[in-house]
Each structure stands twice: as structure tokens, then as C-alpha cells.
Design a protein around this ligand. Sequence first.
Ligand code: AMP
Length: 119
Amino acid sequence: MADDRVADCLFCRIVAGEIPSTKVHEDDLVLAIRDIAPRAPTHILVMPRRHVASAADLTAGDGDLLGRIFVTAAEIARSEGIAERGYRVVTNVGTWGGQSVDHLHFHLMGGRAFEWPPG
Ligand code: AMP
């Protein structure tokens, strides 16, 4: 097993192609897939290929990765037709943050208005 993946991590298995997903974007650093239980008309997960448990585990060396993630999210938002009216990019951290999969991912959500603060 490569050093950049973790055994029994759902999203590592999706990155490896062991579990099917609906891919929206894939490059050397990032994978974007449609959320299996969408909470908005457009609900896409943008994640690093490499296993990072959450945003709390990022380091100063992850600047290129984060740049790629946010540029990818913006490109997908444009291609999905949600950029003009606006959208949300959010990541959950830990139990109280609402994180259910311990592999860093950013929810790209659009196609409806969102409230603030979230529940
Ligand atoms: P979070 O709760 O912030 O960790 O987000 C995890 C997200 O992963 C949820 O929105 C789930 O619906 C989504 N999810 C779980 N399993 C899958 C899967 N197999 N394919 C795509 N999305 C998934």
C-alpha cells in the first residue's frame, strides 16, 4: 500500500478506484466526485488524492494542494452553471464540525440559496 493512502479509508478507496464514484474532475493532486446523498442541486466533493484526515491536519507545505483544490472548485462551479448566482465551499472538521468521512474534502454546493450560519 502506498504511503499516501490509509487502509479502510472510504475516500482513499474511491481515489484508488476500488469503490465506484461519479467523477467530475481528476488530476495528479485532486479528485472531485458527486456526493452520493446530495443536499443541494449541485453537491460535489473536492478532495486531495493523498490522505489528509481533515483541514486540521494541513501543514504549511500544503499550499499548492489547497490552491489546486480551490481553483478546481471554481472551475467546476463555472462548468456546473452555479458560479453566477453564487455557491458554498465548506469543509467540516471533527465530530462537532459534522465530519463523517475522515479524509479531507470540500463540499461544493450550489443551485439554491443557503442560510448563514449553517445549522
Ligand atoms: P462530511 O460529513 O462533511 O464528512 O461529508 C461526507 C460526505 O460524503 C457526505 O456528504 C456523504 O453524503 C458523502 N459520501 C459518503 N459516502 C460517499 C460515497 N461513496 N460517494 C460519494 N459521496 C459519499
